[in-house]
Design a binder for this molecule. Structure first.
Ligand SMILES: [Fe+2]
Length: 251
């Protein structure tokens, strides 16, 4: 089974923001990316968040979210959509999924022999959910205790030989720029190194737009380059993994 990952569309009205983001071009890039996925035979696609750039207007955000939703609906590849910090600028959880009709990822789901775990770090360190009306700072990103404990439980109780890929919008690779890293990434890494030893194969994130790759505690950490970067569609912004792939640490 082939799974395609992409992140950080930042769809919006602007031609260019932050020097190299092209929000108005992201929709066209998404169409190309999903067409590539169809041609390659990707069975499931996963968007790791920051679907919209977020503006000062809720109506604007709903409009751009709806446009993305239509492109995703028109594709024959099923797409699971996670949320990123930008998706909460004007929208709460329910509005985001109700307007778009996106499939909301569960905490854990099975894809062939691999278990995908979706961690949601769209919380401030005091546990406040982004989009709940309280102003949030994108650098204050935190995975709440219930998810940390669920991660430990799922990994600890899974039989020997179980395979896991962990997904999160914000970064768990401690090699990237510090302000992009989840505040309590060390708790996740500790679990991966203990209960997740010999089980967690990949940790895949978005959020840090240049992207990154590293091997740490024997796992492969992939940070996806943002789709919104640059004027032209960059096919290398997408990652396609086959569930039959043998990770480096298994030899
Ligand atoms: Fe982000």
């Amino acid at each position: 089974m082939k799974i395609g990952f992409f992140s950080d569309l930042h769809c919006g009205r602007e031609e260019i923001t932050n020097n190299n983001r092209y929000p108005s071009r992201s929709l066209g890039k998404l169409q190309k990316l999903l067409l590539d996925f169809e041609n390659i035979g990707v069975d499931l696609a996963i968007c790791l968040g920051d679907v919209i750039n977020g503006s000062t207007s809720k109506a604007d955000d709903i409009e751009h979210l709806s446009r993305v939703a239509k492109v995703i609906r028109d594709s024959s590849v099923p797409v699971l959509v996670m949320q990123g910090n930008h998706d909460f600028k004007n929208l709460d959880d329910d509005t985001f999924y109700r307007i778009s009709d996106f499939v909301r990822p569960p905490f854990v789901c099975r894809a062939d022999e691999v278990n995908l775990i979706f961690l949601d770090a769209n919380y401030s360190s005091d546990g406040t959910r982004y989009g709940s009306g309280v102003k949030y700072n994108w650098k204050d990103t935190y995975i709440p205790k219930d998810q940390i404990e669920a991660l430990r439980e799922v990994l600890a109780t899974s039989p020997e030989g179980s395979r896991f890929w962990i997904l999160c919008h914000q970064c768990l690779d401690i090699g990237v720029e510090e302000r992009h890293i989840v505040n309590n990434a060390d708790e996740v890494l500790e679990i991966i190194g203990t209960e997740g030893r010999d089980k967690v194969e990949f940790v895949i994130c978005g959020h840090y737009h240049p992207g990154a790759y590293s091997i740490d505690i024997g796992r492969e950490f992939v940070t996806l380059p943002a789709v919104c970067t640059g004027k032209e569609f960059n096919p290398n912004a997408a990652l396609i993994l086959d569930t039959s792939h043998t990770p480096n640490f298994r030899g």
